[in-house]
Ligand binder design. Structure first.
Ligand SMILES: [Mn+2]
Length: 251
C-alpha cells in the first residue's frame, strides 16, 4: 500500500508548537503536507479571503505558509497545490478548547469543516488548556484517531471535533463520543475607559462557564476524557420545518 497523503493545517500560524507536534505525530501514518497561515488566525471561523491575493511561500520540506485563513489553506491545497487528493485532513493542535458553541468561531474547526465540504475525511484537534503543558498527549490522541479514520472512513458530510485534556497521557480517563454542549455566555464583554476617557470593549473577558449536561463535549473533558464529537454539515433544525410551514407568511 502506498503511503496516504495527509494534509495538516491550523489557525495559530505556521510557527505554533501544536502544528509541529501534530505533523510529527501523523508522520507514522502517511506523507504529511503542511499548509498553514503565516500568522495567528484564531477565531476567524470559516472565513475565506476574497478581497486580497493569496501568496503561498515554502517554509521547509513539504511545509508551506499562506497569508490567509485556515479555510484558504485547505481550499488551495486540496483544489490546486497538492499533487494528489489527501486521504485525511487534520487541523490543530489548538491551544485552547473548541467546545460547545465555540466551534463556529473556531478557525481550527473551520480548517476541518472545509475539508469535509471538499469530501475529505477531516478532524480538528484541540488541547483544552490555553497554556498547554501536554501537547504531546494531544499528538498521541490525534495519531490514534487519525489511524481509525483511515481504517474505517467517516460517515458522509461528517467531521470529527476532538478535544484533549491537558494531562500526561497515562492520566487520560479514556475517550467519549459526545454531542455539542452549550456554552454559557456571561460577563464576556468587558467595558472600560482608555487613558483619554474613551470607552472601549474587550470581548471574551471572563472565564467561560457551561451548562452541565452529561454526555456533552464540555462535560466529559472535565472528567479527563478525550471528547470526540461528530459534527454534521447540515445545520438545519429538521423538526422546525413542519412548525414553520404552519405559519401564515404574508407575501
Ligand atoms: Mn487557535
Amino acid at each position: 500500500m502506498t503511503s496516504p497523503c495527509i494534509l495538516v493545517t491550523n489557525d495559530d500560524g505556521i510557527h505554533a508548537p501544536g502544528l509541529g507536534i501534530l505533523a510529527q505525530a501523523l508522520e507514522a501514518l502517511g506523507e504529511v503536507w503542511v499548509y498553514a497561515p503565516d500568522r495567528e488566525q484564531s477565531a476567524v471561523g470559516h472565513g475565506v479571503s476574497l478581497h486580497h491575493p493569496l501568496r503561498v511561500t515554502p517554509f521547509r520540506d513539504r511545509w508551506f505558509m499562506v497569508d490567509g485563513t485556515p479555510t484558504d489553506c485547505v481550499m488551495l491545497a486540496v483544489r490546486d497545490l497538492l499533487r494528489e487528493r489527501p486521504a485525511l485532513i487534520v487541523s490543530g493542535i489548538n491551544p485552547g478548547a473548541n467546545l460547545g458553541d465555540d466551534v463556529t468561531y473556531s478557525g481550527t474547526v473551520a480548517g476541518a469543516y472545509e475539508g469535509m465540504l471538499l469530501g475529505v475525511p477531516s478532524m480538528a484537534v484541540s488541547n483544552v488548556s490555553y497554556a498547554p503543558k501536554h501537547l504531546d498527549t494531544a499528538g498521541a490522541v490525534a495519531e490514534r484517531v487519525a489511524r481509525s479514520i483511515l481504517e474505517h472512513g467517516l460517515p458522509p458530510e461528517t467531521m470529527l471535533n476532538v478535544n484533549v485534556p491537558d494531562v500526561p497521557e497515562p492520566e487520560l480517563a479514556g475517550l467519549a463520543i459526545t454531542r455539542m454542549g452549550r456554552r454559557h455566555y456571561e460577563d464576556e464583554i468587558v467595558r472600560r475607559e482608555d487613558p483619554r476617557g474613551r470607552v472601549y470593549y474587550w470581548i471574551g473577558g471572563g472565564p467561560p462557564t457551561h451548562h452541565a449536561e452529561s454526555g456533552t463535549d464540555l462535560e466529559v473533558v472535565e472528567r479527563n476524557l478525550v471528547s470526540v464529537t461528530p459534527l454534521h454539515r447540515d445545520l438545519t433544525n429538521h423538526q422546525a420545518i413542519t412548525y414553520l410551514e404552519q405559519w401564515e407568511f404574508r407575501p
